[in-house]
Every structure is written in structure tokens, then in C-alpha cells.
Design a protein around this ligand. Structure first.
Ligand code: FAS
Ligand code: PHB
Length: 390
């Protein structure tokens, strides 16, 4: 096959990139390791920054979002005896939107199918070749085991943390930064109306808890657990008891319901640079991972793709390579800001270390409750800044 842009990975980053390029008349081909049903069924992020909503609307996939996403003007920070609202709208005039990643993926998959996008699902043996030349190409086996090849002007790795594209950058050029945290998240999806109007981020002696949601009838929760936690040790009753304890505040009751999904999610920070080498570009989790405490993962992937789509359109459509040459530096400035914020939220809210660490965390939380400046710093980072192109 011959195309302009060969995209590895049909998660949110790959699908959105194909959508944005298509709207600029740039053709692409996607290859995906999993089945379409598997990709569509992944339960992950839930919070969209307003800039992410703007990008999705501009990409032509914002209609369902406009009718079903729930606008949230802030969050609650909680510690024993206190539930404090950080009101983003009052502080900085911005808000965020609750709209699950599964919905974003569904909207993008529908748009790509309607456009007749070439996507090869259930591929194996993916190889990335000659990215240092002007003949980069991808080899793979399709779902029938037939060896295939895609010759492209440019290859983009949107293949997530475990994909092969990052390794196609020579080790002599590639730099990585990694921080693994001494805890993980137990994620829970339940058919029960949320017991709160805004997300609750709770510090507790037993460990962090988060009350989020997906709709007026579906709640999403997270509990801090050990990195090697065995999900089999967490019965529904134990989950509800831990959530009720860690989210407890006088005069408030946690509603319970049917748990439909539970899984243990690792916590790590990871950055790879550069995000371009020759005719290979990286976008989304292929280049960076943040702990989900700051609700940044999906939003960062969208920001990478918005910058990259504009750069590739200028280069492949008009011969102007300047933005493509600046892509890695442009994207990494936002990546490191989000990486710092996600690390800061994570280390402030999760129990680790000793009682001295715990007192420092509580002092930080009380500071945010007492200082408009401290609360504004959190609000600006959580709601996201405008996407800087080249
Ligand atoms: P993705 O990982 O979504 O997509 C990469 C795609 O590449 C996948 O479909 C994969 O199958 C495919 N692929 C991999 N190897 C391949 C190969 N060799 N060939 C072809 N295709 C290949 N973010 C938040 O903000 N909040 C959260 O609560 C949150 N929870 C998360 C829970 C989990 C378990 C994980 C893994 C991530 C979570 N994230 C969360 C982050 C997540 O939302 C990512 O930021 C988002 O999926 C990024 O999208 P992509 O870059 O497209 O990567
Ligand atoms: C979610 O709803 O999945 C969610 C919300 C906020 C976070 C992380 C995950 O910080």
C-alpha cells in the first residue's frame, strides 16, 4: 500500500490524527493490534479539558459530546473533616467536561468509518523501517496472517506505552525519563448515581480515593492500592466499605450499586524525547505516560495530535516543514508541564512515606483551601492551557 501518513495504533490519538488529516485532504492508513470491539470497549479517562472539547468540535466529532458531556466547574479536595471546593469557574473562568474516553473513541470510530478510512485491525509483527530516509515504511501481518507493507511519506507512532514505534528511534538519540510510584489505582465502574455534583479527590490515612462519574446513572471510582494488588482480594463489599471510609464526611452518604467493571491500573510517569526522528513522529501515550491523578493522559494525546496534524498539513500539503521540525520541542513543553502537575497531584494526595510526609501533604491541601493564589495554580493546570502550535 502507498499513503501519505502511516499511523500505528487506532486509539484516540491515531483516530483523531486520521480525522484531522482527512479534513485537510491528507490521506492516511491506520493499523491496530486489537480488534475494533476491544478498542471501543476500553474504559479509561473521563475528564476533557475545554481545549480538548474545542479540538474535537473542530474535528467534526463534537455533536454527541455537545449533548451528553457534563460541564464541571470545579473539584472537591478532601481530607479528614474537610471537603473543600476548588471552583475553577470562579477562579479563572474555565471548566472541564465529563465525557468518557470510550465515548470519544466511539465518536472517532464512527467518523472514520463514515469517511471510508482504511484501518487494519488485529495486525501482528509490526515493523517500522527506514525512518531516516525519504522511503519510510511499515511492515505487518494482517488479520489473515498475510504479510503487508505500507510505504508512506511519514509514519506516526500512536501505539501507546507498549507499542513498537518508540523503539524505532535509535537508542543513541532517544532519551527517556521514568518514575514508577509505590502504589496503584483500583478502578471501579458502577451503575449508581453519583453521590456528588463535582469530583472528590480525597486524602485519607488508608489511602487516596476519587469519586468521579460517567453520567447521571453511572459512577466511576478509584482507590489507592499496592502496586502488586490482586483484584481477587477486592470483593464488591470491601470496595464499597473502603470508598465509604475514605470519602466519609459528616452529613454525607455514599450511594452504592452494581459494580460492572474493576481493574488495577499501574501508576507511572514516563517521557520519551525526541518525539520526532527523521520521518517518524510519536504522539500520545507512545511518547509519554502520566499518573491519572491530574486527568491529563487523554488531554495530552489530543494536544499532541492537534499540533502534529497542523504541522503535517503544512509540510505534506504546502511543503512548509517548519512546524514539523519544531513539533517535538513544541509538544514536549506541554508534556513536561502536564507531567509536573500530574506528579504534584499524585504525591500530594496518595499516602506514601511516613507521618512527616503525611503532615506535609495536609499542609499543602490546607494551603490550597486558604490561598486564592494556590487554588488558582491548581485550577489553571487542571483545566489546561490553550494549545501552543509551533
Ligand atoms: P492508547 O494506548 O489509548 O492507544 C494505543 C493503541 O495502539 C491501542 O489501541 C493499542 O492496541 C495500539 N497498539 C499497541 N501496540 C500496537 C502495535 N504493535 N501495532 C498496532 N497497534 C498497536 N487518562 C486519564 O486522563 N484518566 C484516566 O483515568 C486514565 N485511565 C487509564 C487507565 C489505563 C488502564 C490506561 C492504560 C490508561 C489510562 N489513561 C487515563 C490514559 C489514557 O487515557 C491514555 O492517555 C490515552 O488512551 C492515550 O491515547 P493513545 O495515545 O491513543 O494511546
Ligand atoms: C475518570 O473519571 O476516569 C477520572 C477522573 C479524574 C481523574 C482520573 C480519572 O483525575
Amino acid at each position: 500500500m502507498r499513503t501519505r501518513v502511516g499511523i500505528i495504533g487506532a486509539g484516540p490519538a491515531g483516530l483523531l490524527l486520521a480525522q484531522l488529516l482527512d479534513r485537510s485532504g491528507i490521506e492516511s492508513v491506520l493499523i491496530e493490534r486489537q480488534s475494533a470491539e476491544h478498542v471501543a470497549g476500553r474504559i479509561r479517562a473521563g475528564i476533557l479539558e475545554s481545549t480538548t472539547v474545542d479540538v474535537l468540535r473542530a474535528a467534526g466529532v463534537g455533536d454527541r459530546l455537545a449533548h451528553t458531556a457534563i460541564e464541571h466547574r470545579g473539584i472537591y479536595l478532601q481530607w479528614p473533616g474537610t471537603r473543600h471546593q476548588v471552583d475553577f469557574a470562579d477562579l479563572i473562568g474555565r471548566s472541564v467536561w465529563v465525557y468518557g474516553q470510550t465515548e470519544v473513541t466511539a465518536d472517532l470510530m464512527a467518523a472514520r468509518a463514515a469517511a471510508g478510512q482504511r484501518i487494519h485491525y488485529k495486525v501482528t509483527d509490526v515493523g517500522v523501517h527506514e525512518v531516516d530516509s525519504d522511503r519510510p515504511h511499515i511492515t505487518f501481518r494482517d488479520e489473515h496472517g498475510v504479510a503487508r507493507r505500507i510505504d508512506a511519506d511519514v509514519i506516526v507512532g500512536c501505539d501507546g506505552f507498549h507499542g513498537p514505534s518508540r523503539q524505532a528511534i535509535p537508542a543513541s538519540v532517544r532519551r527517556t525519563w521514568e518514575r514508577t510510584y509505590p502504589f496503584a489505582w483500583l478502578g471501579v465502574l458502577a451503575e449508581v448515581a453519583p453521590s456528588t455534583d463535582e469530583l472528590i479527590y480525597a486524602w485519607h490515612e488508608d489511602g487516596f480515593a476519587l469519586h468521579s462519574m460517567r453520567s447521571p446513572a453511572v459512577s466511576r471510582f478509584y482507590l489507592q492500592v499496592r502496586p502488586e494488588e490482586d483484584i481477587a482480594e477486592w470483593s464488591d463489599d470491601r470496595i464499597w466499605a473502603a470508598l465509604a471510609e475514605r470519602l466519609h464526611i459528616d452529613g454525607w452518604t455514599l450511594r452504592t450499586g452494581t459494580i460492572t467493571e474493576k481493574s488495577v491500573l499501574p501508576m507511572r510517569s514516563h517521557v520519551t524525547a525526541p518525539m520526532r526522528h527523521g520521518r517518524l513522529f510519536l504522539a500520545g501515550d507512545a511518547a509519554h505516560i502520566v499518573p491519572p491523578t491530574g486527568a491529563k493522559g487523554l488531554n495530552l494525546a489530543v494536544a499532541d495530535v492537534a499540533v502534529l496534524a497542523e504541522a503535517l498539513t503544512a509540510w505534506l500539503g504546502a511543503g512548509d516543514e517548519r512546524a514539523a521540525a519544531a513539533y517535538s520541542a513544541t509538544a514536549l513543553r506541554r508534556v513536561w508541564r502536564a507531567t509536573h502537575f500530574s506528579w504534584w497531584m499524585t504525591t500530594m494526595l496518595h499516602r506514601h512515606g511516613d507521618d512527616f510526609d503525611g503532615e506535609l501533604q495536609l499542609a499543602q491541601l490546607r494551603r490550597i483551601a486558604q490561598s486564592t493564589h494556590a487554588a488558582t495554580e491548581l485550577a489553571e493546570n487542571y483545566t489546561g492551557t490553550s494549545i501552543e502550535t509551533a
